[in-house]
Structure formats: structure tokens, C-alpha cells
Design a protein around this ligand. Structure first.
Ligand code: ATP
Ligand code: MG
Length: 431
């Protein structure tokens, strides 16, 4: 992508109400723009990150054997009356009336919709367990939308739903989801702790929040310091280890009952990036959702739901990966891998070398953003640091006279001088 033709509306100043660093940086880096309270446009640079995050989550869920579908954002009120949540959900739910006076809602979540699908299409125990998931925009009329996409009103969620024939099998499925989530958050470059949580309005009796430690987080958590040294590698053993380690949301934590010695117990702030619930027959009972068991008798299905705040994850990644100059993207979620800076647009040799580097990387399928604008060197450096691409390749007449270009690692700030051939060797030899 050439920056001269890109749509990258970076900002020098952001509104003073944007206090959280991720909110400020997303606005400044031209990733998002506010439409109205709690509702944001995702501009091209931001959308690329959102889609990378989505891709990593999708791969983790597909690898776990779960199946993606896509449900509408709009749902009929009748479904929610069946479950009893139409009134209970309260003012966070956006209620709509169509031209025929039919009542619709804009989905804040989709337990009713998915239960209805299972009720219609799954008949026998042989078709279970089943975990279905989607990526879809949600609307919740939050009383205080704030911190940009961290707590929006419209936000992007991955929501999954499980269906099993009994509690034992449902608990196994719940464990499979924890395992998939640990893998996903690791692959996103986030350290997320599964914290025992109160089950809240969705209800049920087993629930974990996945919390990313960050001083700016809205949640208060207590956890065993052993988590800090624990790296999830996957498998039964690691899953059991995680289940045993203590981690509680503050409203569930009781210092008198806590088994962790005081010197090992940590109290920190977290960003809730995921939330999972097991709620048994909470929806299958009122919605009469059964399958036949081995004896041919109808039994109620046992369910859970599993969310990841995809758009919130983007903000959480920035909260945990930035410095005073801007964002420092982990490579796997970066909007582009490389930023190419031409220090002197108009200089024949610089233009020629940059054009060649740009083509070679593009042909090799490496995502590269080329700053070919006739801007000052200062503007180019600060823009590149702000948007946080993992590697910067800096090309100018002075270096080229010595046959050299510069490569800067945005995360470590390490800079090296090398020849163009060395550059290809380093980045393209295995591409
Ligand atoms: P919170 O306590 O932060 O309001 P929740 O418990 O209401 O979250 P869930 O219903 O479990 O959230 O939704 C699943 C995930 O969706 C959450 O873990 C969070 O990452 C994300 N999420 C929820 N509400 C919002 C919001 N208003 N803006 C952005 N992401 C959100
Ligand atoms: Mg909420």
C-alpha cells in the first residue's frame, strides 16, 4: 500500500474526553472515528487489525472443532418473550418496531436465536455435543459508554454456544473452550487469566472471565502469583493446572476463605476480554429444546455461552503494547508488517530503491506500507512510530551513498544498517 493513496487520517490532537491511551492512540493513528456516543467507524488501518484478531480467534475455534455460522443482528421480540428476557434485559436492549408494528430487537447477545436453531434442526443425542459460533456486531445501550471501543454501545463480539446431553459432557465442552481460549489469547500475544466470576444476568452456575492484566482495566481481580510465571502450552495437564490456580473477581473473593498465602496473592486490574458461562437448561427449558436420548426419550439440552470482545481485544492489545510515541503491534496482529520510509521523495536513487523494495516485498506476499509522501522526515518518523508497524525500513540518499539502508525494530527500538541484499535475505529468504 502506498501512503500517498491510502486513507489514513492521523490526528495531532484528540478530544480531551479521550483519556485512555488506547482510545487516544486509535483516534490519532486513524484507526477509528466516532460516529456518535459509543458507536465508531472502523477506518482502513483499524479494520485490518480487527480482521487479523478475528482471523486468529476463528482459527483457534475451528481447530477446536467448533463450527461458524452467522445469525442476523435483528431478532423477533417473541423469542425473548419465550425465554423471559424481553422485559428482564432492561434498558440496555435496543427495541425496534418495523412498519407492520412487529417488534424486533437489535441483538445484545444470541442465546435465544441459537437455541431456536437447535430446537428446529437437532433431534437426536447423536448430533451432540455441538459448539456453534459467530462473529457479529452487538448493540447494548450502555449507560456510560466510554474509553472508545473498550466499552462501546455497538461492538464486535465472537459469541459461541454449546449444546450437550448432560452436565458431565457439558463440563467437558466447557473445558475444551477454556483450552481453545488459552491458545487463542496466547496467539494474539495477550496473557489472559481465567478468573472465576459471578454469573450475572445471563445466569448459571459456572463462569470464568478472561482478564488481561492492565492498570487501566475496569475489573478488580485476585489471583495466585504463580499465574505470572505460567505459560500455557496446551493439553490436559496445563488445563488442570489452570483450573487449580486461584483467580477470582473481587465480588467473589473472600480473603478469609482464600487458599493462597498472602505473599503470593496478587490484587490487580484487568480488562475483561472474554466471558464464558455454563447455564444448563436455562434456555432449553422455557424454549422446550430437547433431543431424544438413547432410549428414544426427549431430554432437555444443556448449554453454555462463550464470548470474546473482538473490538475490545484491539484496545487491550494497545493498552499492553505501546510507548510514548505510539503503538507497538505484535507482528501477528499488525495492520502491515513493514513500513517503508522514503526520506527524500524526488531523489532518483531513493525513489528507485524504494520502488524495488516495495515490489519485492509485495510479490513475496509481505504486507508493506510505503510512505511515499512528500512530507518532512520528522512527520514520516512520527507517523510510522504512531501506527506502530513492527519493522521500519528507512531509505535515504545519505545511506545509499554507502550502499546502506536502515532497519528499525519498533518493539525493541533496535536499529541496524544493512545492504538491500541483506534486507531481502533477512525478510524474504523464507517468505
Ligand atoms: P462487561 O462486564 O465488561 O460489561 P459483560 O460481562 O457484560 O462485560 P458479556 O456479555 O460476557 O460481557 O460479553 C462478552 C464479551 O464482550 C465481554 O467479555 C467483553 O470482552 C465484550 N463486551 C461486553 N460489553 C462490551 C462493550 N460494551 N463494549 C465492548 N466490548 C464489550
Ligand atoms: Mg456488560
Amino acid at each position: 500500500m502506498k501512503m500517498s493513496h491510502y486513507f489514513l487520517p492521523t490526528l495531532k490532537e484528540v478530544p480531551s474526553e479521550a483519556q485512555l491511551v488506547s482510545h487516544r492512540l486509535m483516534l490519532r493513528a486513524g484507526m477509528i472515528a466516532q460516529e456518535c456516543a459509543g458507536i465508531y467507524h472502523w477506518l482502513p488501518l483499524g479494520l485490518r487489525v480487527l480482521q487479523k484478531v478475528e482471523g486468529i480467534i476463528r482459527k483457534g475455534l475451528d481447530d477446536a472443532g467448533f463450527h461458524e455460522l452467522l445469525m442476523p443482528t435483528l431478532q423477533p421480540a417473541e423469542l425473548w418473550e419465550e425465554s423471559g428476557r424481553y422485559e428482564a434485559y432492561g434498558k440496555e436492549m435496543l427495541r425496534i418496531t418495523d412498519r407492520h408494528d412487529r417488534r424486533l430487537i437489535y441483538g445484545p447477545t444470541a442465546e435465544e436465536a441459537i437455541t431456536d436453531i437447535v430446537r428446529r434442526f437437532i433431534k437426536s443425542y447423536r448430533e451432540l455435543p455441538q459448539v456453534l459460533y459467530q462473529f457479529q456486531w452487538k448493540f447494548r445501550d450502555e449507560i456510560r459508554p466510554r474509553f472508545g471501543v473498550m466499552r462501546g454501545r455497538e461492538f464486535y463480539m465472537k459469541d459461541a454456544y454449546s449444546f450437550d446431553i448432560d452436565r458431565e459432557s457439558a463440563e467437558k465442552t466447557y473445558g475444551r473452550v477454556i483450552q481453545a481460549y488459552m491458545e487463542i489469547f496466547k496467539n494474539l500475544g495477550l496473557k489472559a487469566i481465567p478468573v472465576r466470576a459471578d454469573t450475572g444476568p445471563i445466569g448459571g452456575d459456572l463462569s470464568h472471565e478472561f482478564q488481561v492484566l492492565a492498570e487501566t482495566g475496569e475489573s478488580d481481580i485476585y489471583y495466585d502469583g504463580d499465574f505470572d510465571d505460567f505459560t500455557f502450552r496446551g493439553g490436559e495437564e496445563d488445563l488442570n493446572r489452570i483450573k487449580k490456580l486461584y483467580a477470582m473477581a473481587d465480588d467473589m473473593h473472600d480473603s478469609a476463605l482464600c487458599p493462597v498465602p498472602e505473599d503470593r496473592l496478587k490484587h490487580k486490574k484487568g480488562i475483561e476480554v472474554g466471558h464464558i458461562f455454563y447455564f444448563g437448561t436455562k434456555y432449553s427449558l422455557p424454549m422446550k429444546t430437547t433431543v431424544t436420548n438413547e432410549q428414544g426419550k426427549p431430554i432437555l439440552v444443556e448449554s453454555g455461552s462463550y464470548g470474546i470482545g473482538v473490538s475490545r481485544v484491539v484496545a487491550a492489545l494497545i493498552e499492553t503494547n505501546h510507548d510514548e510515541f505510539g503503538i507497538k503491534w505484535p507482528e501477528q496482529v499488525a495492520p502491515f508488517k513493514i513500513g517503508l520510509i522514503n526520506l527524500k521523495v524526488g531523489d532518483d536513487q531513493s525513489d528507485r530503491v524504494c520502488a524495488e523494495i516495495y515490489e519485492r516485498f509485495r510479490n513475496a506476499g509481505v504486507e508493506i506500507l510505503y510512505d511515499d509522501r512528500p512530507e518532512s522526515v520528522g512527520v514520516k518518523f512520527s507517523t510510522m512510530d504512531l501506527i506502530g508497524l513492527p519493522y521500519q525500513i528507512i531509505v535515504g540518499p545519505r545511506g545509499l551513498k554507502e550502499g546502506q539502508i536502515e532497519v528499525k525494530d519498533r518493539r525493541s527500538s533496535e536499529k541496524i544498517l544493512c545492504s538491500v541484499e541483506d534486507l531481502y535475505q533477512r525478510f524474504l529468504s523464507h517468505a
